[in-house]
Design a protein around this ligand. Structure first.
Ligand code: SF4
Length: 514
């Protein structure tokens, strides 16, 4: 029996946020095991650490860099072959450091399929690992890097049955279940902080539209924004087949899923690779593939209408949003949140950190999407390399402007230097400007939450994570709602509540109607 441990966002072993999120990665691994008729179970790492389960032969862990402490605790409890995957392995040394037998780098499907074929399906690490791409050995050595193509994505189908393993926190009947529609990002611009501008002057790849030339940087700077490892880990964007996505969603809905996130680093990349001759390495030229997006969204809408399921798209790149795109998203996803990365409010800072879009593009996208009936959430990062008094002031200005234009939530993250990125070697320096950016977000979010007072919204009951309290999530997204009631509810029950109190910038209180 295989154990897939979902450690994503578990940190030290106790998830503090994203309690209503079920990511797509572990179900993708489960789909591969089902192809080989291998019995398995998925567990959240917190449940495994608490229950000290035994009886598994092989351990597969999916984690991010921040989850190293939780993974370390879990791996010490396990006897048998252990394989580590997910964004955590972008730091190659982590495989040996955490005592794993093997790691899988970037896209894991091909490597795991070959391992299973060569004997892993019988419960042991094969003797010969020759020819298997994306494998990391405990010494830190990585075999040949390989990226999937759009046509490869069709061979690997995420398991839908596996969703039933998520019956603690989060629970599949109330959580936002991520369904991957497109993988990776087309931003093959490079940050200019730390680059030799003399070499850039000769090269010019970042400023031109030669798609093949944009794949390689003569200075070996990883592609993408300096704080993000997505293009380096997953290559150029690739979209899943529309029928595969819709049949996955239908199967999940049949099992009781009510909230679906159409997942991708940028939803608007969907089908864009079919518009170019060559690798899709330009973040905004050509624009979105309207025909492909429309066919996906039409299918999604018909499932939504038939089964009363709520959909949202994960992220959009602001420079791909124009009037036509906003109208299209508004037609099919009206009333749903939409996530827009602004990151910095300073145009020159945006350029030197490798952003594909300017702050003004983000503000324009927020305005258009709001007017089209969506609910934009804006994202910023403080303490980025290159942050100065002036960039921070501009960021705060843009935060207020994003708020004024109708952003429903302003989220600020602290910069984390990720392995495999251009900023991997940078130290995080939190200064007074960083604190001011973080404070501004809290103030703006509280103001927005106060606007909810007296409003009636539909919420879905969540599993209880504090004795004596009932929590729920707004069906259409929004802050967690603490329910003021003595009555018992079942996870997945939907009810209407009136918001009566703002408890924090992330939590409100609601009184059930009737
Ligand atoms: S690809 Fe590298 S060398 Fe070329 S312009 Fe971009 S950062 Fe400069």
């Amino acid at each position: 029996m295989f154990l897939i441990l979902d450690a994503l966002a578990a940190g030290e072993g106790k998830r503090l946020s994203s309690l209503d999120v079920i990511g797509a990665g572990p179900r993708a691994i489960a789909g591969l095991l089902e192809m080989f008729n291998v019995p398995y179970k998925i567990m959240r790492i917190e449940d495994y650490l608490r229950s000290k389960w035994r009886g598994f032969d092989v351990l597969l862990v999916s984690a991010m860099s921040m989850d190293e402490p939780a993974v370390n605790k879990a791996v010490m409890m396990f006897k048998g072959p252990k394989i580590l995957g997910g964004p955590i392995t972008s730091e190659l040394s982590v495989v040996g450091k955490l005592n794993f037998d093997l790691g899988v780098w970037g896209e894991g499907e091909l490597a795991l399929e070959m391992l299973l074929k060569k004997g892993l399906s019988s419960g042991f690490i094969p003797d010969s690992l020759e020819g298997i791409p994306n494998l990391i050995f405990p010494g830190g050595k990585l075999t040949k890097i390989s990226y999937l193509k759009s046509q490869d994505m069709r061979r690997f189908r995420p398991s839908t049955e596996a969703i039933r393993f998520y019956n603690t926190i989060p629970h599949y009947k109330s959580a936002r279940v991520y369904v991957e529609v497109v993988r990776s990002c087309s931003n093959f611009n490079r940050p200019k902080i730390g680059a030799s501008l003399d070499i850039c002057k000769v090269c010019q790849a970042c400023y031109k539209q030669d798609l093949r030339k944009r794949l390689i940087c003569p200075q070996n700077i990883p592609p993408g924004c300096g704080y993000c490892s997505i293009p380096y880990l997953y290559g150029t964007p690739k979209s899943r087949d529309v029928d595969d996505i819709l049949s996955e969603i239908r199967a999940l809905v049949r099992l009781g899923v009510r909230r679906v996130v159409l997942s991708g680093a940028d939803f608007l990349e969907y089908g864009r690779e079919y518009l170019v001759d060559g690798p899709l390495t330009h973040p905004s030229i050509p624009g979105p593939n309207i025909k492909a997006l429309k066919s996906l969204l039409e299918g999604v809408k018909s499932i939504s209408d038939e089964h009363n399921v709520f959909f949202e798209a994960e992220n959009v790149k602001p420079c791909l949003v124009d009037e036509e795109v906003a109208r299209l998203l508004g037609k099919y996803l009206r009333g749903s949140p939409i996530h827009i990365g602004v990151e910095t409010g300073d145009p020159s800072h945006a350029e030197v950190i490798g952003r594909p879009c300017r702050p003004e593009d983000s503000l324009k996208a927020i305005k258009l999407l709001k007017e089209a009936g969506l609910r934009p959430y804006a994202y910023f990062i403080h303490s980025l390399p290159g942050q100065t008094r002036s960039t921070a002031k501009n960021t705060i200005k843009v935060m207020y402007e994003a708020f004024r234009l109708g952003s429903e939530k302003i989220t600020v993250y602290k910069f984390r230097p990720l392995p495999g990125t251009a900023f991997s070697g940078y130290r995080v320096k939190v200064d007074n400007y960083s604190r001011e950016i973080a404070r501004t977000a809290i103030d703006l979010n509280k103001m927005r939450k106060r606007e909810l007072l007296g409003r009636r919204i539909a919420v879905i009951i969540a599993p209880s994570y504090r004795r004596g309290s009932i929590y729920a999530y707004p069906v259409k997204g929004g802050p967690v709602v603490r329910i003021k009631a003595r009555k018992r509810f079942r996870v997945g029950d939907i009810l209407t509540v009136r918001i009566i109190k703002v408890l924090s910038d992330r939590l409100v209180e609601g009184l059930p109607e009737n």
